[in-house]
Design a protein around this ligand. Structure first.
Ligand code: C2E
Ligand code: CA
Ligand code: CA
Length: 693
């Protein structure tokens, strides 16, 4: 499209318009000129030929008409446009003819006048000629005829051309003046539009919606400018709101991204994101030939802090641990909180194993330094497992699993240390896996068994027994409860086992009952996970009804850790247990917690002093004092005291002297299968079956 602006369009249109008008004016002028010309030359010729015709009367009347005639015809010489002329006698016989200037100059073809047959009189146009036919003499006495042929078209054309040529400059000048006028007016009228267009372009370029266009011009133009300014205001307001939304969205997106990829407590990379980064690092390591190392850090004893001092202190501790880990990391390292008290450090391009070992040692040392949280001075240690892409294939999960396995090895080897992964460690891991996977089948195949270990009075009278589970696995051989119970807890299978134990103990009770006194009670161990199972209380109640268990016949043991893991849920659980007439014993007492204040708040009947205290009796005065303090405290709180793991007479004497109520240990009775246990009771009280002691 050639026309790119309104101005050009208007200019072109006005040019066409002006030219058309000019042409029309010119056309009419020419027409007028031509008719004037026709009238003028016709009049002229009429007068000329009238005169000649009257002069020729005399000539034709005279004798010497030949010369006279010639002379008269030659009088036409001064007339430029006469082509030819002729004089005829009354019967139209040619008397004489004449060729005029125009005929001689050949401006128009000469007409043959010898046989002229157009005999009407007058002046008229014929085929581009102006013809005059005149009678010579009176109508009554016609003496002849005069015909004069004038060139008409040629001179008319020349005259018209002259007129056009004369008019052209002034026409052109007029057109130019008009065009200039149109241009100026157009520019003036269109300039507001041009300004608007420039303004729009400026807004588009700068994206500045606060710009304003000056309101000038008149009528629609100023209204348009006002409207555009109003529109700009609206756009600016909208864009400000949009900007706010965008900022908000951006912040939300960043928050979401942070939440999705980072741990909200420590600000470290979270597990999900870490897996992704580790995967990327492993791919890069495959390409550049370097190795990726992974440290799996697990805090030892964190749970104790968290449970005894509260989650708030636990959280602060995790923050401080994270801060120390950051201190010991290099720029390329990625530290992640894997969950709970587990951390992962990825060290890309780690080829120097000695340096890696030094780092692990430094981290262990750094983490074991005391932590100051509020008024508490705390100590925790860390066990670290290390795997590298050198010993583990380039699979993320395998690398983490191997570091985890190595960490488990570090824990088993005594905690607060590091272990490098090696293939043989997988055996232990595999065994844990096998154990976890075999529990369901073992329950189905009845591979579990209950051993009973007696609890006795200071006078060796059986007061009760603890039910201790045993597993003789077809596939795995004998598996100690100390090994499989924690695995069952981790794999969520412990409550199935607990339910099995409750059922078995309740059914065994019928066998034991006839051999013992009415106050004899059998204790069942519960794990922390059991207390969270809302249905377990109902299950216990159901079993008691089903097996007709009298109140007080069954006792439950729970560790301090399990109790405090979720104090409210545990308290509710044991309140219901107590309502069924069951005693509750706090197992392994003294092994974990620094705060004893909870003891006054929970419904506990018996405290079981852990074997490690019993073992320490006689070692030093301090150890003895500790045991005495524990016993004293239990007595003051109105609780009974049971000493676990009693193995010799000296311990019995010491504990008896300090008021211990119940004894449990190999010294009195090792855990035994039901039948042997019954035999043991019978042996202790040969007459029990007959008279019920
Ligand atoms: P625990 O509840 O503290 O049980 C006492 C443990 O000390 C038993 O080990 C017992 O055989 C052992 N023991 C008792 N007297 C002596 C002694 O004089 N010397 C020595 N060296 N050991 C003695 P066991 O049967 O191997 O059980 C280990 C742990 O497994 C138990 O510790 C308990 O926490 C858990 N456990 C056992 N049976 C069950 C069960 O049915 N359910 C649950 N949840 N845990 C159980
Ligand atoms: Ca126990
Ligand atoms: Ca115990």
């Amino acid at each position: 499209m050639v026309i790119k602006s309104i101005r050009t369009a208007i200019m072109l249109l006005s040019l066409v318009f002006i030219v058309l008008i000019a042409l029309m004016v010119l056309f009419h002028a020419v027409q007028e000129h031509r008719s004037l010309y026709a009238r003028y030359v016709q009049g002229d010729l009429n007068a000329l030929t009238d005169n000649m015709a009257s002069d020729l009367v005399e000539v034709l009347a005279s004798q010497n008409q030949f010369f006279e005639l010639k002379a008269h015809l030659l009088s036409l010489d001064p007339y430029d446009h006469v082509i030819n002329a002729a004089v005829y006698d009354p019967s139209w016989q040619l008397l004489d003819s004449y060729v005029g200037r125009a005929g001689m100059q050949n401006t128009a073809p000469v007409i043959d006048l010898r046989h002229w047959n157009e005999r009407r009189e007058g002046v008229f146009q014929k085929a581009g000629y102006l013809v005059a036919v005149k009678r010579i003499g009176d109508p009554d006495l016609v003496m002849g005829y005069l015909v004069v042929i004038n060139d008409y078209q040629g001179p008319l054309d020349v005259s018209t051309l002259n007129l056009a040529l004369q008019a052209l400059p002034s026409t052109l000048i007029s057109i130019l003046i008009l065009m200039a006028l149109f241009y100026l007016l157009g520019s003036r009228w269109l300039s507001p539009l041009t300004r608007l267009s420039d303004f729009a372009r400026e807004v588009q370029r700068t994206k500045d919606y606060s710009l304003k266009i000056p309101v000038t011009g008149q009528y629609e133009i100023s209204a348009l400018a006002k409207n555009i300014n109003n529109m700009m205001d609206a756009i600016r307001q909208e864009s400000e709101i949009n900007q706010e939304y965008t900022t908000l969205l951006e912040e939300r997106r960043e928050e979401m991204e942070f939440l999705a990829n980072y741990d909200s407590l420590t600000g470290l990379v979270n597990r999900q994101y870490f897996l992704q980064l580790l995967d990327e690092a492993l791919h890069i390591s495959q390409q550049n030939g370097h190795h990726v190392a992974l440290m799996f850090i697990d805090l030892d004893g964190f749970k104790v802090v968290n449970d005894s001092l509260g989650h708030e202190v636990g959280d602060r501790l995790l923050e401080q641990v994270a801060a120390r880990l950051k201190e010991f990391s290099s720029s390329g390292d990625i530290i992640s909180r894997h969950g709970g008290d587990e951390f992962l450090i990825m060290i890309p391009e780690c080829d120097d194993m000695e340096a890696l070992e030094n780092r692990a040692g430094q981290v262990v040392t750094a983490l074991m330094q005391k932590y100051q949280i509020h008024s508490w001075e705390l100590r925790v240690t860390a066990s670290i497992g290390i795997s590298t892409s050198l010993t583990s294939p380039s699979d993320v999960r395998e690398l983490i699993r191997n570091a985890d396995v190595a960490m488990y090895d570090a824990k088993s080897a005594g905690k607060s240390r590091y272990s490098f992964f090696n293939g043989t460690m997988l055996d232990g891991y595999q065994r844990r896996l096998d154990i976890a996977n075999s529990i369901d089948q073992a329950l189905e195949d009845n591979e579990f068994e209950i051993f009973y270990q007696a609890k006795v009075s200071p006078y060796s009278e059986p007061l009760g027994a603890e039910a201790l589970i045993r597993w003789n696995s077809q596939a795995l051989g004998f598996v100690s409860p100390a090994e499989f119970i924690p695995i069952a807890e981790q794999s969520g299978k412990i409550t199935d086992i607990t339910q099995w134990v409750i059922n078995r103990v309740c059914s065994d009770y019928a066998v034991i009952k006839p051999l013992v006194s009415h106050s004899f009670s059998i204790s069942i161990n519960l794990s922390a996970h059991d207390l969270k199972k809302y249905y377990l209380v109902g299950f216990i109640r159901g079993a008691f009804i089903k097996f007709n268990i009298p109140p007080g016949a069954i006792e439950f043991e729970v560790t301090e850790y399990a109790y405090l893991d979720n104090l409210n849920v545990a308290s509710e659980f044991f309140r219901e247990i107590a309502s069924m007439g069951c005693n509750v014993a706090l197992d392994d007492f003294g092994t974990g917690y620094s705060s004893l204040s909870y003891l006054t708040k929970i419904p506990i009947d018996i405290i079981k002093v852990d074997k490690q205290f019993v073992d320490s009796i006689g070692n030093s005065e301090r150890d003895d004092a500790l045991v005495v303090t524990i016993m004293e405290m239990a007595r003051r709180l109105g609780m009974k005291l049971c000493a676990e793991g009693v193995e010799d007479q000296q311990q019995v004497n010491f504990l008896t002297a300090h008021g211990c109520d119940i004894f449990q240990g190999y010294y009195f009775c090792k855990p035994k299968p039901l039948e042997e246990f019954c035999q043991w009771i019978t042996d202790m009280h040969p007459d029990a079956e007959s008279n019920g002691w």
